[in-house]
Write a protein that binds this ligand. Sequence first.
Ligand code: ATP
Ligand code: MG
Length: 216
Amino acid sequence: MLTLALSKGRIFDDTLPLLKAAGIEVRDANSRALILPTNRPDVRVVLVRASDVPTYVQHGGADLGVAGLDVLLEHEAQQGGAPMLRPIDLKIATCRLSVAVRKGFDYPAAVRQGARIRVATKYTGLARQHFAAKGVHVDLIKLYGSMELAPLTGLADAIVDLVSTGSTLKANELVEVETLLPISSHLVLNPVSAKLKREALQPLLQTLREAVPAAS
Ligand code: ATP
Ligand code: MG
């Protein structure tokens, strides 16, 4: 049996067509069940929180999974250790991880060498690495959502968050001042499964690779 971890929402929606191209059709997608069968008796899907996908795959709760690069790299930044196996960039759920501040805030002055800045984010590991590499002292404030509110209320000077169209930032009078990382979702593999289930995984990975749209 191959167990694939997905999160509901855009990753699930964007992964389904790729699976279909690989001959896998997920059944009962609209039920409340957390384990979904597929047309293949040897493949099932488990539904987990987006940020839990790396944990499931790393510890063998799933053989493979689909997760945003933001989630994968933040997981690695928090856990340390060897990076996860990520053989395929699926090029879905694309966006970028960026720094944003209030319109009119002098970001270059705030990040001059040796300065100190307060940053609110869900991605404390990635934000810490980013500002450390610039030689900027950072006070990190961990948030779980509505990051845009932090600079508006004086909780923080800046946020590190995902941006796709920029319309949420614009609606809150924030401006994107720096990009940390372009983001897309990747296929991740459990290292033990990669060895022991190689026969079953190889053809699946190959068809998925072929189903990924060529870079535009
Ligand atoms: P939850 O919504 O359950 O708190 P989440 O916000 O991590 O979890 P999603 O919103 O489904 O879950 O996001 C999953 C992944 O999709 C993110 O990790 C990121 O890689 C990508 N993503 C998030 N927001 C956007 C966006 N606005 N545009 C494109 N891709 C995005
Ligand atoms: Mg979300």
